[in-house]
Ligand binder design. Structure first.
Ligand SMILES: *Cc1c(COP(=O)(O)O)cnc(C)c1O
Length: 377
């Protein structure tokens, strides 16, 4: 059976990227690898729209975010962290584990943080050293207006603007320098279209300066070490060589398509999928939908396990379910990374056939028709 992955990480890997990764391994201290990393470092700047360094770490995305907490801050520092879902929640727990004071802004799942909420927290805590925002909250498929909030934070505080861009980079417009961001992290298995195992961390001049005074304990995730090696297009430890070779190839693809075209493609695919599920009479979950993933309420009374099993066993499709309170209540369709229009037609067609088999009443073909109409516009 043909396998079709529609999850927001891992995401499908292009065939020629997989072939690159299958080539004989090269040594990370020889000129061949240095050449690859030099190109990767350049292309990552393009992806993040920055002139600043973007470090490549061997870890999942969470390790990338952890590296920013331990490398930029000191025990007792105050951090404002927005918790609007599973990942925002993680950026509350993680700094607490390191003895940072965390001011949590709780946001209802499916909603985005407002300027008012950020402003109130900043006014109540003028000592704040960093504000953590999740650009695309994957658990709720919700986008945050990082551009506007970054401006607001910059105008009202000295705090560093730190962004979990893990499912936003490569899906949503993101301009690191122009928007005045200080930290932005992504992971390899999301918009970058390669398997899990690498994290990428962009750092502003202010963030680099903060690293000089940070006293939290660190070693492997010490970004000062990573930055020093980066300047020679090197890494402090053995990197995941095959993944770096893979991301080199994936970044060349992204460059060829053009970053603005990539953002537009994600918007186009997300819009089409949304119109497809709405045409089937289903309800969207998020008030501020992300271009990376579309969460949808399961029809009343439908058993998620049966629904999911049907999609997988009959059509080879893997989607994501809901988490926490929404487990068994919503499902999430990803359109992040290596996808095109026909992939979305396939996904909605399989969704229709599955819904039909699960006893849901609707006009067969209505979703696919809406998807096609959306693309024709
Ligand atoms: C996937 C994801 C993460 C976690 O990354 P890991 O690679 O699983 O550590 C963090 N934030 C968001 C928004 C994500 O989608």
């Amino acid at each position: 059976m043909k396998k079709r992955l529609f999850t927001p990480g891992p995401t499908p890997v292009p065939e020629h990227v997989m072939l690159k990764m299958a080539e004989p391994i090269i040594h990370h201290r020889n000129p061949e690898f240095n050449e690859v990393l030099t190109r990767v470092n350049q292309n990552l700047k393009y992806l993040f729209q920055t002139e600043q360094p973007v470090l490549t770490l061997t870890s999942s995305g969470t390790g990338g975010v952890e590296s920013t907490f331990v490398s930029l801050f000191s025990p007792g520092d105050t951090i404002i962290s927005v918790n609007g879902g599973k990942f925002g929640e993680r950026w509350v727990k993680l700094p607490k584990a390191y003895g940072l004071k965390v001011v949590e802004i709780k946001v209802e799942w499916g909603k985005a943080p407002t300027a008012q909420q950020i402003l109130e927290a900043l006014r109540a805590h003028p000592e704040t050293k960093g504000v953590y925002l999740t650009h695309s909250e994957t658990s709720t498929g919700t986008a945050t207006d990082v551009k506007a909030l970054s401006k607001l934070i910059r105008e009202n505080a000295n705090a560093l603007v730190c962004v979990d861009g893990i499912t936003a980079v490569g899906a949503h417009e993101l301009r690191f320098d122009e928007w005045g961001l200080d930290v932005c992290v992504t992971g390899s298995q999301k918009g970058l279209m390669i398997p899990p195992g690498l994290a990428f961390v962009a750092l502003s001049k202010r963030a680099i300066a903060a690293m000089e005074t940070s006293t939290l304990p660190k070693f492997y995730f010490d970004l000062r070490k990573a930055l020093k090696s980066y300047e020679k297009n090197d890494t402090p430890w053995t990197p995941a060589v095959s993944l770096v070779v893979g991301v080199d190839s994936a970044l060349e693809m992204l460059r060829a398509e053009g970053i603005e075209n990539i953002w537009r493609r994600h918007e186009r695919l997300a819009t089409a999928v949304r119109s497809g599920v709405v045409a089937l009479g289903l309800k969207l979950f998020s008030e501020f939908p992300s271009y990376a993933v579309t969460p949808v309420w399961l029809p009343e009374g439908m058993d998620w396990k049966v629904f999911n099993k049907t999609l997988k066993s009959k059509y080879g499709i893997t989607i994501a379910g809901g988490q926490d309170d929404y487990a068994g209540k919503i499902f999430r369709i990803s359109h992040l990374g290596y996808y095109d229009e026909l992939d979305m037609v396939t996904m909605v067609a399989a969704l229709e056939m599955t819904l039909k088999e699960c006893g849901y009443k609707f006009e067969l073909g209505a979703g696919v028709q809406a998807v096609l109409k959306s693309f024709a516009q």
